[in-house]
Design a protein around this ligand. Structure first.
Ligand SMILES: NC(=O)c1ccc[n+]([C@@H]2O[C@H](COP(=O)([O-])OP(=O)(O)OC[C@H]3O[C@@H](n4cnc5c(N)ncnc54)[C@H](OP(=O)(O)O)[C@@H]3O)[C@@H](O)[C@H]2O)c1
Length: 278
């Protein structure tokens, strides 16, 4: 049977969703996947750089501080029949200087870095065609290792911004394992990535003095395109260990946190908590 070349081309096109794709690492990664002919969806509140011309890049305006709005955007997309081959959990903020809550009532960093991703992954994976391969990439940070998680939804009783950020990056890794276990009828490939330190807009939630120092240091820091290149390679690398946090294809970091029964219970409680606010 004759199959037109254009049909084969369209059939072979892959879809990737990158949360926090409007700047920094996410934006650099989006450009790489566009060049590789993927259809690329990026989330964020505003696309400062504009859409690069001639690229299949779609901007989904989402504010992760608003779970209902985030859910509506993702559901609308899924309703159009889009299914993803790759999901990159990348959006992130540093903890604000003092305890701050979203309109949904959760601590700000906790919701942006972790809860909103739990929601997005659940929405996508629950609709995903069973058996169709999907890569779930988790962008963590070197600091995921320096915390001793208490597995409690933050309530403001004790708040240290760096500890909060580190906790969210720890919980996000666990969320990857949790998704894999929960959707065990899906063909999920998990990638855990620690980008190291690089220059980006991540300082935006911090105090003025921090922003000032960051801007001085930024020209001497690695560009976001470096870790984006590493993550791009990792996503294309078929032979990775799922319990290892990678720095790059050649640098496999330490083992990731283990999804214990306590961690699972916590993730379940977080899912329940976000069901209530939605
Ligand atoms: N920079 C570093 O040194 C470093 C080190 C280790 C790990 N990381 C991790 O790397 C990832 C990317 O960060 P980056 O350094 O590239 O920072 P970035 O340039 O600030 O990018 C962060 C992304 O998250 C999105 N985001 C922030 N708040 C949001 C909200 N309320 N709703 C929706 N999206 C939101 C931003 O989009 P909008 O502003 O458009 O909303 C942006 O696209 C993060 O997970 C970060 O934790 C960074």
């Amino acid at each position: 049977m004759f199959v037109p070349a254009i049909f084969i081309f369209l059939m072979n096109q892959k879809n990737i969703l990158i949360t926090g794709g409007t700047s920094g690492l996410g934006f650099e990664l989006a450009k790489l996947f566009c060049k590789a002919n993927y259809n690329v969806w990026i989330t964020g509140r505003s696309l400062k750089a504009g859409l690069p011309e001639g690229m299949r890049l779609h901007f989904l305006r989402t504010d992760f501080a608003d779970l209902r709005q985030t859910e509506n955007v993702v559901k609308q997309l899924l309703g159009e029949g889009i299914s993803f081959d790759v999901i990159v959990n990348n959006a992130g903020v540093l903890g604000p200087p003092s305890y701050t809550t979203t309109k949904d009532g959760f601590e700000y960093t906790f919701q942006i870095n972790f809860l909103a991703h739990l929601l997005v992954n659940n929405l996508i994976l629950s609709e995903h065609v069973p058996g169709k391969p999907v890569t779930l990439a988790i962008v963590t940070s070197p600091v995921y290792r320096v915390v001793d998680p208490d597995f409690r939804i933050p309530d403001g009783s004790k708040y240290f911004s760096y500890e909060m950020y580190s906790l969210t990056k720890h919980y996000l890794l666990l969320a990857g394992d949790y998704m894999k276990k929960k959707y065990n009828n899906q063909n999920i490939r998990l990638i855990k990535f620690n980008p190291g330190v690089f220059g980006s807009g991540i300082y935006r939630t911090k105090q003025n003095w921090f922003q000032f120092l960051y801007r001085i240091a930024a020209p001497f820091m690695r560009s976001a395109s470096k870790p984006a290149g590493h993550l791009y390679e990792l996503i294309h690398e078929p032979n990775l260990w799922e319990n290892i946090v990678y720095r790059s294809k050649r640098k496999a970091g330490p083992a990731s946190p283990v999804l214990t029964a306590e961690a699972e219970k916590f993730l379940l409680a977080c899912e329940e908590a976000i069901k209530i606010v939605r």
